[in-house]
Design a protein around this ligand. Structure first.
Ligand code: PAD
Ligand code: ZN
Ligand code: ZN
Length: 376
């Protein structure tokens, strides 16, 4: 029997307040309104950005359904939806692409004005939610919310992908892979023969290593305080790895020494700490080095950058979703994956049923996983 137009009761992992585990509860998911799409989730990855909400580092409105790196199937669509239809395999987009606002129109832009990234309003564009639990409104997360059997997103926050793509793998194209890989290819524009340093070798950092390698970098130095991350980093392209805890001097001085006093051409901060953002900036060449901030620093944190670090010619920049225009690029990235232009296997260390979500987060928090993928 068709569920279109009806409220769906299903299981979701809800967070009621920070620093508490997920509770799997029954929620009600309202039908999609005009220009909205209701999606049955098939697989969703566990990303550190979700964990920043659990830890309280990023501030949002509670209760909330997290999750933003997923694959699903369209269950039904609201009035006026033209780009997807029921039965399509899709990836929800935490950075939307409306195609009409100034960043969408500008060739260099990708942060569509419909984004809820940074403000974490947690509601649909009409100020209401499609989620409720026992009559209480539940917020969404970065226009997606994928730790639920069903979600509703705006049409600009969903892209149709190849029906043959394996959900438990290509879900990483919804965030971790695309963010890291794009940081190297699009945001830094790494050049052949260059030297790169990647701070933080989690799912996003390893994807940045893969992007640096694909761009032809000749040296890629991985930096992490967890040496267990080094073998995987070398497998995906790091030429050497260093642990800041092994040195008495600051890691930026170590990297300057390793590059005969020059510093690296490109550095990437893929952790989410202001001290490592400064270290990454200081590690790059004083005259032409570029440092890209990828990690999400805590809400309201501030960073003091001595002007002398920049005046000599360094560039400090940031990236959201690796600079990709999401709705255009995600289907292409999926077809590149299907044509074996890159692999996602090294990034996926664990898969588990959706109701084991708390175990997935514990593996991330204890540094034992790269990506855990929840299967619905
Ligand atoms: P992760 O936790 O899997 O990886 C972080 C890595 O950093 C781990 O291997 C840690 O051991 C390491 N680390 C922690 N502290 C230090 C330190 N002081 N020095 C060196 N290494 C350290 O996270 P992830 O790969 O899922 O995400 C990384 C960051 O990127 C995180 O802040 C997340 O919120 C952010 C992110 N940003 C975007 C974006 O669009 N900009 C998208 C997705 C994720
Ligand atoms: Zn993410
Ligand atoms: Zn837009």
């Amino acid at each position: 029997m068709s569920t279109a137009g009806k409220v769906i009761k299903c299981k979701a992992a809800v967070i009621w307040e920070p620093k508490t585990p997920f509770s799997i509860v029954e929620i009600e998911v309202a039908p999609p309104k005009a220009h909205e799409v209701r999606i049955k989730i098939l697989a969703s990855g566990v990303c550190r950005s979700d964990d920043h909400i659990l830890s309280g580092e990023l501030k949002v409105n509670f209760p909330i359904i997290l999750g933003h790196e997923a694959v699903g199937v369209v269950e039904s669509v609201g009035e006026g939806v033209t780009s997807v239809e029921p039965g399509d395999k899709v990836i929800p987009l935490f950075v939307p692409q409306c195609g009409e606002c100034s960043p969408c129109i500008h060739p260099k832009g990708n942060l569509c004005k419909l984004n809820d990234f940074g403000t974490f309003f947690g509601l649909m564009s009409d100020g209401t939610s499609r989620f409720s639990c026992k009559g209480e409104l539940v917020h969404n997360f970065v226009s997606t919310s994928t730790f639920t059997e069903y979600t509703v997103v705006h049409e600009s926050s969903v892209a149709k992908i190849d029906a043959a793509a394996p959900p438990e793998k290509v879900c990483l194209i919804g965030c971790g892979f695309s963010t890291g890989y794009g940081a190297a290819i699009n945001s830094a524009k790494v050049e052949p023969g260059s030297t790169c340093a990647v701070f933080g070798l989690g799912g996003v950092g390893l994807s940045a290593v893969m992007g640096c390698k694909a761009a032809g970098a000749s040296r890629i130095i991985g930096v992490d305080i967890n040496k267990d991350k080094f073998p995987k980093a070398k497998e995906v392209g790091a030429t050497e790895c260093v642990n800041p805890l092994d040195f008495e001097k600051p890691i930026n001085e170590v990297l300057i020494d390793m590059t005969e006093g020059d510093g690296v051409d490109y550095s990437f901060e893929v952790i989410g700490r202001t001290d490592t953002m400064i270290a990454a900036l200081t590690s790059c060449n004083m005259n032409y080095g570029t440092s890209v901030m990828v990690g999400a620093a805590p809400t309201k944190s501030e960073m003091t950058v001595p002007p002398g670090l920049i005046i000599t010619g360094r560039t400090l920049k940031g990236t959201v979703f690796g600079g990709w225009k999401s709705k255009d690029s995600v289907p292409r990235l999926v077809s590149d994956f299907m044509q074996k232009k890159f692999t996602l296997d090294p990034l996926i260390t664990h898969t588990m049923p959706f109701d084991k979500i708390n175990e997935g987060f514990e593996l991330l928090q204890t540094g034992k996983s790269i990506r855990s993928v929840l299967i619905f």
